[in-house]
Design a protein around this ligand. Structure first.
Ligand code: TNX
Length: 533
């Protein structure tokens, strides 16, 4: 061979190798590091799943999903057998502060090796490996050789769901958790209470669900039309059901953060126990959407009531954070309440905003005594942030920026990029939505760390989440439509590998996911195919 042929040959090999690019792999979120190996792994009925613990959830999950997608029913074994295998191994970390979410996946002719420091990392590696396997009955599946090293950028990779405006069954909540886990997200923010319905059983206060979980009609059509139906509407989760869901989520490495709204968005609670309002009521569970003037009154009895509720909530949910709401709480009742005004004087407060801050701080103290932390919507900044509170920034990123500068932890969830109740396509082709326009490209372009923050301040940004308010979303089918495929885009943002300038690359990888939704019977929006003008 002459030198020239050698050079030509290597250029040719190099170019054909470039043909394997990220876009050919249907991986979402795309891993941090991928190296292509020029060989294939063949999965067939002789393949064995090797797991130190053959009863681990991770091994079973891998087995069941391979079976669902291909029909192949692979055995799980705990000791090495010769031949073709998918090996799951947990490594003992030799450093403190190791990354439990990190994993390494190598796929080669010889087999599949998955390595992590924890079951959580293994689970993410499994999710990645499963994306290599087409959803197609087959007794031989060829997968591209790769060597992947991967870990997420953000700790909080969340999805929220409002179950007050409309109620969703436990079975659907489990599916929702499956979707979160499938995209390696790790937080489910469960918005359990609001004006239109109280959805969690509290043993000490049974009227919360006997009365508060029901309403005598619902708004229909757009808010501006002010039309209502007269159907009784209800739904709530028993504590037994909640325990079951918490366990289900734990297996899938999803933390559930419950939200109990206060002092506003409290009409369902006040309809059940009007004595905790400033006027004494009576009240009705709200039928329409919006913001209501009757809120919890900052009386000692109200704090006892809320603390008893929070105690039961804390016993059910092991999450570090308990979300206490704090958003959209009108101050007019407090302005006209003698008790509130004398409390303002007694505590040396300036106004009702500082009274709200006093309210949240008092709740924070209680939650902290239980070893937990509070998180609230960005309104909790007004009148002074409670000392240990984390902020969820929804009215843009400004609240989050202010909180991070005060060294408080932040989850970014701005209406501009993270509201999945907004339209994702041209409103004339879409079901009625709250308003706003948040197409998938916009979600994909979101950066949870605003330029205004220094490197030291940016450390306080825990991550981001999408919110799904359900005023206009009545069915689980419609919830799926609103989140899919936008949450795929968000998952790559919070995993930290989204490249907004190469949206096309993401879109190419998404095609296989749409096919997966199709085969799984998951509803999704086709707005992505819309020609934008
Ligand atoms: C504002 S976002 C709310 C919700 C509504 C939502 C509609 C937030 C903290 N509060 O109560 O459902 O707008 O998008």
């Amino acid at each position: 061979q002459t030198l020239m042929t050698k050079i030509f040959l290597s250029i040719f090999l190099f170019l054909s190798f470039l043909g394997y690019s990220q876009e050919n792999l249907p991986l979402i979120p795309i891993p941090k590091q991928i190296e292509f190996v020029n060989e294939f792994f063949e999965l067939d009925k002789s393949t064995v799943i090797l797991s130190q613990d053959s009863n681990s959830f991770e091994a079973l999950f891998l087995k069941e999903t391979i079976k669902l997608k291909t029909g192949l029913d692979l055995p799980i074994k705990s000791t090495y057998t010769k031949g073709n295998s998918i090996q799951l191994s947990i490594q003992i970390p030799d450093t403190i502060g190791f990354d439990r979410e990190k994993y390494e996946l190598s796929i080669s002719k010889k087999g599949v090796q998955l390595l992590s420091f924890s079951n959580q990392g293994l689970f993410y590696g499994i999710q990645t490996f499963l994306q290599f396997i087409p959803f197609q009955k087959s007794d031989k599946v060829k997968t591209q050789g790769v060597s992947i090293s991967d870990s997420p950028k953000f700790k909080w990779r969340g999805m929220h769901l409002d179950v007050s405006r409309h109620f969703f069954s436990i079975d659907f909540i489990k599916k929702y958790i499956d979707y979160i886990a499938m995209y390696k997200m790790n937080t489910f923010h469960w918005h359990l209470t609001d004006d239109q319905g109280w959805r969690i059983e509290i043993k000490k206060y049974p009227k919360l669900t006997e009365i508060g979980a029901w309403r005598d009609g619902s708004m229909v059509g757009h808010y501006n039309e002010q039309r209502f139906d007269t159907l009784r509407y209800s739904g709530f989760y028993t504590q037994e059901e909640i325990k079951e869901v918490v366990k289900y989520a734990q297996q899938r490495h999803v933390t559930i953060v419950p939200e109990i709204e206060m002092p506003g968005h409290a009409l369902a609670a006040l309809a059940s126990y009007p004595e905790f309002s400033c006027t004494g009521g009576p009240f009705e569970v709200a039928k329409g959407w919006g913001v209501f003037e009757d809120v919890f009154c900052p009386k000692d009895e109200t704090f006892v009531f809320l603390e008893n509720i929070l105690s039961e909530v804390i016993d059910l949910f092991p999450s570090k954070y308990i979300h206490i709401g704090g958003d959209e709480s009108p101050k007019v009742r407090w302005k006209n309440c003698a008790h509130c005004q004398s409390l303002i004087k007694k505590e040396g407060l300036k106004d009702e905003h500082e009274l709200q801050s006093y309210f949240i701080q008092r709740i924070e103290k209680f939650v902290n005594t239980k070893g937990r932390k509070i998180m609230g919507w960005d309104e909790i900044l007004e009148g002074g942030l409670a000392p240990n509170a984390a902020v969820m920034s929804w009215r843009g990123t400004e609240g989050g920026i202010a909180a991070a500068k005060q060294k408080h932890f932040v989850v970014m969830s701005p209406g501009s990029h993270c509201y999945f109740d907004h339209y994702q396509g041209d409103p004339k082709n879409e079901p009625l939505a709250f308003g706003g326009y948040t197409p998938i490209e916009k979600v994909y372009a979101f950066n949870p760390i605003p330029n205004e923050l220094s490197i030291e301040e940016a450390v306080y940004i825990l991550g981001a989440q999408a919110n799904v308010w359900t005023e206009y979303i009545e069915t689980s089918n419609h919830v799926e439509y609103m989140i899919m495929p936008r949450m795929a885009a968000l998952s790559e943002v919070v995993w930290g590998t989204a490249n907004a300038s190469d949206y096309k690359n993401f879109e190419n990888r998404l095609i296989d996911h749409l096919d997966f939704y199709e085969k799984m019977g998951i509803n999704y929006s086709k707005a992505i195919y819309e020609v934008t003008t």
